[in-house]
Design a protein around this ligand. Structure first.
Ligand code: AMP
Ligand code: MG
Length: 425
């Protein structure tokens, strides 16, 4: 485990008071390590998990050349180019059982989708293209070329080829692929355990009566929701009051059990509370001001308890800042900890429907609503009020407009980058 000083020393121009977004990701990438323990789970239980070993295909998929259509299997060489071809039907091949007869020149076999191609036949003419007359069919010229409508053995996967790679996050398509290989069990990394609590004396849990100056805890629900979507095991520690004893016991309990601790609130500059002091006392923690909006303050480090170490992500309190810093920094770091290979979801480019004021020298994340123009290209407008406490803006948005560090004002019609929420939020 590297100390924060060691990581900082390895980074060019590290300035904790004005950190670039890219430097934050770089720092976190050096701070966190993938888990090493693995387990074996059933195919369905592997959804959202990270593969711990390459999956090598034990069979070829499909295992035989087979028909892609209902029709007649024939030898492409028998087809005439300029006049109808008449062929004799010598049998029927059904899916699931191999047809074992012999076909000579001028013969064909009625075949169902998925049935094994009879030996010597390489082409399937779909049933709707032929005229059947008793035991014979007439195939008009030009309706099929040799080799058409035949699926080749191993065209999905060849025996011995890697079907999936260690570090792949398994989605529904991957589960189907694993099942298609006949594999009932999947080796995955153990589930990451992440503890979360909200801090602040003004933060109310659900069920408490609203009082002047207080707000209900929304961060707990957005963060726990995003963590659940990510597929980690969540340790929900509720709201922790701003007194040293409660904070100390919460941090110690979290560090003893979890791989990572996420908190919200209490890390901004003028905080009079005990959160920062307790982080400092219990761990190796850096307090940053990041050149971004929203989400400027953030605390990052390690807290160790009883020989067990947890990575700390101390997020700001503002509800939008919490979600943005989670998406920009915490999510990629947790994915690495989960054992996932780095994946770079491409940002979309959309034409801005409105001008945006932007100062070079910080990254801004505006809540955007992306839609399709009549010409098929993408356009984006903002949700209006971009205040970092306006959580409604995250609900209305379907993505974040990313205005990069060096970028300046945006004019109507300019292209901007958008990070879509789909499947993440
Ligand atoms: P802080 O970072 O602690 O200065 O908090 C900044 C703003 O976010 C304040 O207006 C807090 O009331 C608000 N806030 C902090 N934590 C939460 C929370 N868990 N849910 C909703 N709002 C919060
Ligand atoms: Mg506070």
């Amino acid at each position: 485990m590297k100390t924060l000083d060691q990581i900082a020393a390895a980074l060019q121009g590290y300035d904790p008071q004005a950190l670039r977004v890219s430097a934050v990701n770089d720092f976190l990438d050096r701070l966190v390590e993938p888990v090493s323990d693995t387990e074996t789970v059933g195919v369905l239980g592997a959804l959202g998990r990270v593969l711990a070993e390459d999956v090598i295909s034990p069979i070829s998929v499909p295992p035989h050349d087979n028909s892609a259509m209902d029709g007649y299997a024939l030898a492409g060489a028998d087809l005439s180019h300029d006049k109808p071809t008449t062929l004799t039907v010598v049998g029927t091949a059904y899916a699931g059982t191999a047809w074992s007869g012999q076909v000579g020149p001028g013969g064909c076999v009625k075949i169902m989708t998925g049935a094994i191609m009879p030996a010597g036949l390489d082409t399937v003419v779909p049933v709707e293209f032929v005229q059947a007359e008793g035991d014979a069919i007439r195939v008009p010229p030009g309706v099929v070329n040799p080799g058409d409508n035949r699926r080749l053995k191993g065209e999905d996967l060849m025996q011995g080829q890697p079907a999936l790679r260690r570090g792949d996050r398994l989605g529904p398509a991957a589960l189907g692929l694993i099942a298609s290989l006949g594999l009932p069990l999947v080796p995955v990394f153990r589930r990451l355990k992440v503890a979360y609590f909200s801090t602040g004396d003004e933060i109310l849990s659900l069920g408490e009566p609203l009082r002047e100056g207080a707000v209900y805890d929304s961060n707990r629900y957005t963060v726990l929701g995003m963590l659940t979507r990510l597929g980690v095991e969540v340790l929900d520690m509720g709201v922790i009051k701003d007194d040293p004893a409660s904070l100390e016991s919460a941090f110690r309990q979290a560090a003893a059990q979890a791989d990572a601790i996420i908190t919200s609130g209490g890390v901004s500059m003028g905080e009079a509370d005990h959160t920062k002091a307790m982080m400092k006392q219990l761990g190796d923690v850096a307090f940053w001001r990041i050149a971004m909006r929203p989400g400027r303050p953030m605390a990052v480090g390690h807290i160790t308890e009883g020989g067990h170490d947890a990575v700390l992500f101390g997020l700001p309190g503002n509800p939008v800042a919490v979600m943005v810093t989670f998406l920009a920094f915490v999510r990629p770091a947790l994915l690495k900890m989960m054992g996932a290979s780095p994946s770079h979801t491409p940002l979309l480019r959309a034409h801005s429907l409105e001008p945006m004021r932007k100062k070079p020298g910080r990254t801004e994340y505006q809540r955007g609503i992306v839609s399709t123009r009549p010409d098929g290209r993408l356009q984006v407008r903002t949700t209006g009020n971009q205040g970092s406490g306006v959580l409604r803006s995250m609900v209305e948005a379907n993505g974040l407009i990313v205005l990069h560090h060096d970028q300046g004002n945006v004019a109507v019609g300019d292209e901007v980058d958008v990070m879509m929420f789909d499947g993440v939020i």
